[in-house]
Design a protein around this ligand. Structure first.
Ligand SMILES: *[C@@H]1O[C@H](CO)[C@@H](O)[C@H](O)[C@H]1NC(C)=O
Ligand SMILES: *[C@@H]1O[C@H](CO)[C@@H](O)[C@H](O)[C@H]1NC(C)=O
Ligand SMILES: *[C@@H]1O[C@H](CO)[C@@H](O)[C@H](O)[C@H]1NC(C)=O
Ligand SMILES: *[C@@H]1O[C@H](CO)[C@@H](O)[C@H](O)[C@H]1NC(C)=O
Ligand SMILES: *[C@@H]1O[C@H](CO)[C@@H](O)[C@H](O)[C@H]1NC(C)=O
Length: 463
C-alpha cells in the first residue's frame, strides 16, 4: 500500500512539474504494425491527427489545435505552412524519411509544418480501402483548414507535399478549395487506381496555383502521365540508379524506386548542387541528345527539381495556358546526394560539312586532371552558322577549367585530311547557371584528332 501511494504521488508530481514548466509530452506519429493491417480487415478504422512543428518546437511535435479548439500558439498564420501527407502504409510503420524531411525543411525556412498522420486508415491490406480513405482525409483536412482560415491563415501560403496516395489527398483538398492553394508537390503520386482517370479523380495542375510532380516509379506504384505544371522524371521515372534489381532484396526492391522521389526532394534541399532538369518529349529523346535547350525558360536556365521549382512558376503557367505539358528529365547517381554536373557545349562552324559525325569532349581541371563525361549525343551534321549543342554529364564538378579536349569523328569513312573551321565554341554549366560561360573563337578542328583548347571569357554580346 505504502509504496503504491508513493508512486502515484510521484506521478502526480511529475505531471504538475510538466504543467508548471509549460511542457507536455510530445505528440508522436501513430506507430502501427502489420497486425493493425490485419485487424483492419475485420474492423476498419480511420483517424486523422494533425501534428505541428515549427522552429520553436523542432524536436517536440505539438497538436495543431488544442483540446479547447484554440489554435496552437506556435502556429504563426502569417508564415508559410507546409502540409506533409504520407501514402499507403500496409506495414503501419512510421515513415523512415519523416524526421529528416522536417529538419531539412525547417532549416530552409522559418515556417509551420503540419504532418497529416492518417496512418490509421492507410494501414490496411486492402489498397482500395486506403484509396477510399484518401478522399475522407481530404474532407476532414479541409474542415481543419476552414478553421485555420478563420484564424487568419491564407490558402496562398499553403504548400502541400504529398507522397504517393498523399499526393492525391493533396489534389482532393485542392479541388475542395477550387485551386486556390499556393502549391502542391506530388512525390511519385500513386498510379494504381489513378492512372488514366479523369482529372477530378486524381491530382491535377488545376488543384493549386503551382503543381510540381516528381515521378520515380512509373512502371510500379507511381503514375506515368504528367499531372502538374511541371513533371520531373529522374532517370526516366522508372528504374532508379542504385535501387536493387531483384526481388531477393526484399522490401527495398519493392519501395526503393517509389521512395526515391522523396529522397531526391530532400537531397535537393540538403546539397548546394542544383538538380537541373531538361525539358524533352521523352526520356529516349533526352538520352540520345535531342534535348539540350533551356532557352524557353526563366533566365535561360532549365527548371530545378525540388523546393526551388517554384522559381519557374510563371513561365510554366504560361506554357500550360498554351496547353503544353512540361516534362523534364535528369539522370542522378545511385547514392545520396544523387548529384551529377551538367554542361552544354555548343559549336558554330564556318563551312558546311556534308557528313554526319560525332563531337566528343572532355575537361581538364586546373591540376590537369581529366574528367570524362557521359555525352548525350546523336549523329550531327554541321551546317554553316548553325549552332550544334551537346549535353554532357560529369560525376565530378569541374570548377576551374584549364582545357577542353575536343574531337570530331565522322560517322562515315575516315578522312585524315578533312578539317573544319570552327567559328565559336561555348561551354556552359547547366548545374550552376550563374557561372559565366567559357568560349574559344576561330580555330581548326582536324578529323579524329583531339585538340586541347584553353577557354577564355565570351564576348559580352553572346552571353
Ligand atoms: C509571425 O510571422 C511574421 C512574419 O514572419 C512576423 O512578423 C511575426 O512577428 C510573427 N509573429 C509571432 C507571434 O512570432
Ligand atoms: C498532357 O498530359 C495529359 C495527361 O495528363 C494528356 O492527356 C495530354 O494529352 C497531354 N498534352 C499534350 C499536349 O501532350
Ligand atoms: C549549307 O547547308 C545549308 C543547309 O543544307 C544550305 O542551305 C546552304 O546553301 C549550304 N551552304 C553552302 C555554302 O554550301
Ligand atoms: C578555382 O580557382 C579559384 C581562383 O584561382 C580558387 O580560389 C578556387 O579554390 C578554385 N576552385 C577549385 C574547386 O579548385
Ligand atoms: C551515325 O550514323 C552512322 C551512319 O549512318 C552509323 O553507322 C552510326 O552507328 C551512327 N552513330 C550513332 C551514334 O548513331
Amino acid at each position: 500500500m505504502e509504496s503504491n501511494t508513493h508512486s502515484v504521488l510521484s506521478l502526480t508530481e511529475l505531471f504538475f512539474l510538466l504543467i508548471s514548466e509549460n511542457k507536455r509530452p510530445c505528440l508522436k506519429f501513430s506507430e502501427l504494425s502489420i497486425k493493425d493491417s490485419l485487424r483492419d480487415l475485420f474492423n476498419p478504422k480511420m483517424q486523422m491527427i494533425l501534428i505541428m512543428y515549427t522552429r520553436n518546437n523542432l524536436n517536440c511535435a505539438e497538436p495543431l489545435f488544442e483540446q479547447d479548439n484554440s489554435l496552437n500558439v506556435n502556429f504563426n498564420t502569417s508564415k508559410k505552412t507546409i502540409w506533409l501527407i504520407h501514402g499507403y502504409r500496409p506495414l503501419g510503420s512510421v515513415p523512415s524519411w519523416l524526421q529528416n524531411f522536417l529538419k531539412v525543411l525547417l532549416n530552409q525556412d522559418d515556417m509551420n509544418i503540419v504532418v497529416v498522420d492518417w496512418n490509421q486508415g492507410a494501414t490496411t491490406f486492402i489498397y482500395n480501402r486506403a484509396v477510399k480513405n484518401a478522399r475522407k482525409v481530404a474532407v476532414s483536412l479541409s474542415e481543419c483548414i476552414q478553421r485555420l482560415l478563420k484564424h487568419g491563415a491564407s490558402l496562398d501560403n499553403f504548400h502541400f507535399i504529398g507522397m504517393s496516395l498523399g499526393a492525391h489527398v493533396s489534389g482532393f483538398v485542392g479541388k475542395i478549395f477550387q485551386g486556390q492553394l499556393g502549391r502542391i508537390t506530388g512525390l511519385d503520386p500513386a498510379g494504381p487506381k489513378f492512372s488514366g482517370k479523369p482529372s477530378n479523380d486524381r491530382l491535377d495542375y488545376t488543384d493549386a496555383k503551382f503543381v510540381d510532380v516528381i515521378h520515380s516509379d512509373i512502371d510500379g506504384f507511381g503514375i506515368k502521365e504528367p499531372l502538374g505544371h511541371i513533371d520531373f522524371y529522374p532517370n526516366g521515372g522508372k528504374k532508379q540508379a542504385g535501387c536493387p534489381n531483384s526481388i531477393f532484396s526484399g522490401i527495398k526492391f519493392i519501395k526503393c524506386d517509389h521512395q526515391r522521389a522523396v529522397h531526391l526532394f530532400v537531397a535537393a534541399l540538403e546539397t548546394n548542387c542544383n538538380f537541373i532538369s531538361i525539358p524533352c518529349h521523352s526520356y529516349k529523346d533526352y538520352r540520345t541528345g535531342s534535348c539540350v535547350d533551356c532557352d524557353d525558360f526563366k533566365k535561360k536556365s532549365c527548371p530545378m527539381l525540388g523546393y526551388q521549382a517554384e522559381l519557374w512558376k510563371d513561365v510554366l503557367k504560361e506554357r500550360k495556358k498554351r496547353s503544353l505539358n512540361t516534362t523534364v528529365f535528369l539522370d542522378t547517381t545511385g547514392t545520396n546526394p544523387f548529384c551529377t554536373y551538367y554542361f552544354v557545349l555548343s559549336i558554330v562552324v564556318l563551312d558546311n560539312t556534308t557528313k554526319d559525325g560525332i563531337i566528343t569532349f572532355r575537361l581538364l581541371n586546373q591540376l590537369g586532371r581529366v574528367e570524362e563525361p557521359r555525352l548525350y549525343e546523336n549523329n550531327k551534321s554541321l551546317y554553316k552558322a548553325q549552332e550544334v549543342k551537346i549535353l554532357a554529364q560529369f560525376f565530378n564538378d569541374v570548377v576551374n577549367i584549364s582545357s577542353i579536349g575536343l574531337t570530331y569523328q565522322s560517322s562515315h569513312q575516315h578522312c585524315s585530311t578533312c578539317q573544319y573551321r570552327i567559328q565559336r565554341l561555348m561551354l556552359k554549366s547547366l548545374t550552376y547557371p550563374e557561372r559565366p560561360p567559357l568560349c574559344r573563337y576561330d580555330f581548326v578542328l582536324k578529323e579524329s584528332e583531339e585538340v586541347f583548347l584553353n577557354p577564355c571569357t565570351c564576348k559580352p554580346e553572346e552571353i
